[in-house]
Write a protein that binds this ligand. Structure first.
Ligand SMILES: [Zn+2]
Length: 71
């Protein structure tokens, strides 16, 4: 479950929240406002951008699984 970091547009409070759905109902814990901006996901890096080291299928001309030896 990802943690998203939000910033309240009303009181400028920064807070983090665990969300489970695509459209979570998030409000500021300080002032209760729903006028917030999602900044980024702390765990968003994992799964979005993967390194190009997919095992075995990256390169057909080498027998290594990582392709580090032929590039
Ligand atoms: Zn607020």
């Amino acid at each position: 479950m990802p943690i998203y970091e939000y910033k309240c547009n009303d009181c400028a409070e920064d807070f983090e929240k665990l969300v489970s759905g695509a459209n979570p109902d998030v409000s500021c814990p300080k002032c209760g406002s729903g006028n917030i901006t999602k900044k980024f996901s702390l765990f968003g890096m994992s799964g979005v951008e993967k390194p190009v080291t997919s095992s075995g299928s990256g390169c057909s001309s080498c027998s290594s699984s990582s392709c580090k030896s032929c590039h």
